[in-house]
Design a protein around this ligand. Structure first.
Ligand code: UN1
Length: 528
């Protein structure tokens, strides 16, 4: 075992203490984890643990079944008045929320690092992402346009009107404990809904800190706090939300296995569901690519966030002519990582820990399978024992024996939420596109080339089948402006920008007769 990250720390380190108190969280006592206009909590205790040090950051008292029920009741009631508030006024409140969050960017970003484990710059980047989507929500509040459709009948008009939907529940994952809620809240709030958040049970403090900031703005504007409600909890709280008839739409981010259950349950009660499930994203590098751009992008995509983004690069397809060069450059970059592993809050750290022990086991099992299937491992691998505490693992490049993702039992087709990059060599772009599309997931993909014909092929009907299809940009790190989401087993959901907002409203198609006659459509006559 090596040196502890914080050798002198007993109890909570001073730094963690400062971050928590600057965000109004008193970690000395169990922290209420339910907000429905008031802070409460009498359910099970959740323990928030820092993945880098193993220190307990705080205990959170989650929602009891009664508290969840009351919150849902109140949300329904609050929605009934909130839906009458004009959208631009709702946007003005979003603007204030945006300002309040931006003012706390440094502390919130540090809390993301402390509780999730991503490095400082990425923690701050995640807070920037919620600021960006709130900006977007402000603009959207004046642009949620319906349309006027030409009617075939004289003196008639057809309108398509977006109306508020009701109660939207957001079930989010540990890896983006702030931004993904932001994507949903900004659109849902602009659309006139009440939003209930059930965050990952391992990142409750991020959700509490954020909800505190938002609730102060709501209270200042004399709006019910329950419009941005929080119910922390374990699986049972999530299930109760998913089953509740009070919830009009469930936006779920997480595993395919849980997503399948969520989808079935919500659909069986005819609710709306928005899914953001697994990603198994590939980068393809062509011979004419600018390697000085492609290689660092693959490095960030595969190693950044310790491979714990849905959009992380997990597969790399290299054209035969440049494969040795790319691999040698990547190996050099990977070899530079270990000295820069450690405390996510230090300025020079490149790689933080995996989120928890479970994630380490997933990493280790994937490595074992790779080895059992005779993959060549090009880098050091395994748990990083130089750091005694925390869940640190070495980032890995593996070259599986077989390149075809369609093979049964192949490591290519599963999403491993860890920094393991699998590599294969191809001769023709068609082959690489086929491999890109041969996995069950369909979130993100990226092609590196300067040839406009390759780009046309990649973006067209016979190109990549993922929701995010990049060119000379890595698989991860999307901006908020376009719709974010994936196809196939990723669940077909779209969040954030683009037309994603259209899911957070109920559409009314209204035919209006301004004339003195009442003709039927399609020329039907029904004269008595
Ligand atoms: C996720 O991994 O769940 O595109 C979200 C990205 C980020 C969002 C990732 N903007 O990598």
């Amino acid at each position: 075992t090596g040196p502890a990250l914080f050798p002198a720390a007993r109890g909570l380190s001073t730094r963690a203490s400062q971050v928590l108190s600057s965000l109004g969280i008193n970690h000395a006592e169990p922290v209420p984890g339910v907000y429905d206009g008031q802070w409460r909590g009498s359910g099970e205790h959740l323990v928030s643990v820092c993945p880098a040090t193993g220190e307990e950051l705080a205990r959170v008292v989650s929602a009891s079944p009664e508290e969840l029920h009351t919150t849902l009741d109140k949300a329904r009631e609050a929605y009934k008045s909130f839906r009458l508030v004009p959208a631009p006024r709702r946007g003005e409140v979003l603007r204030q929320i945006r300002e309040a969050i931006a003012a706390k960017k440094a502390d919130l970003g540090a809390l993301v690092s402390l509780e999730m484990g991503k490095i400082r710059s990425e923690g701050a980047g995640e807070v920037q992402e919620i600021v960006d989507i709130l900006d977007y929500g402000v603009g959207l509040s004046r642009m949620m346009n319906g349309r006027v459709v030409a009617s075939e009948r004289p003196g008639h008009s057809i309108l398509e009107i977006p109306n508020p939907l009701g109660v939207v529940a957001v079930l989010s994952a540990f890896n983006f404990p702030v931004a993904v809620y932001g994507w949903n809240l900004a659109l849902s709030f602009a659309a006139g809904n009440a939003t209930i958040w059930k965050p990952s049970q391992t990142t409750p403090l991020c959700s509490i800190a954020l909800t505190k900031i938002i609730s102060e703005v709501l209270e200042r504007n004399e709006l019910p706090g329950v419009l941005a409600a929080l119910v922390t909890g374990a699986k049972d709280v999530g299930s109760a939300i998913v089953e509740s008839e009070y919830v009009d739409m469930v936006s779920f981010t997480g595993s395919e296995a849980v997503g399948r259950q969520v989808a079935k349950t919500v659909q069986s009660r005819f609710g709306k569901v928005l899914l953001e499930l697994g990603g198994n994203n590939a980068s393809i590098i062509m011979p004419d690519a600018d390697l000085s751009l492609a290689v660092p992008a693959v490095f960030f995509g595969a190693v950044g966030t310790a491979g714990q983004r849905c959009t992380s690069t997990r597969r790399l397809y290299l054209h035969r002519t440049i494969a040795p060069e790319v691999l040698s450059r990547l190996e050099t970059l990977y070899a530079s990582v270990p000295p820069k592993m450690g405390d996510p809050l230090l300025e020079n750290t490149l790689l933080g820990p995996l989120h928890n022990e479970n994630a380490v086991q997933i990493y280790e099992r994937a490595l074992e399978t790779h080895k059992a299937q005779h993959a060549e491992i090009l880098t050091s691998s395994g748990r990083y024992t130089q750091l005694a505490e925390g869940n640190f693992v070495l980032p890995v490049i593996a070259v599986p024996k077989h390149a075809d993702p369609g093979l049964a039992g192949s490591m290519w087709s599963t999403e491993t939420f860890a920094p393991i990059l699998s590599v294969a060599v191809f001769d023709e772009l068609e082959q690489a596109i086929e491999w890109n599309n041969a996995v069950p997931q369909g979130l993100s993909s990226s092609l590196w080339t300067r040839d406009v014909r390759h780009i046309g092929q990649w973006l067209g009907p016979a190109g990549s089948d993922t929701g995010i299809v990049n060119v000379n940009v890595g698989t991860s790190g999307a901006e908020i402006g376009a719709a974010f989401g994936g196809n196939k087993s990723t669940g077909w959901g779209r969040e954030s920008g683009g037309d994603a907002w259209k899911q957070y409203v109920r559409w009314s198609a209204a035919t209006i007769n301004f004339s003195d006659a009442a003709p039927l459509a399609q020329g039907v006559s029904f004269a008595p």
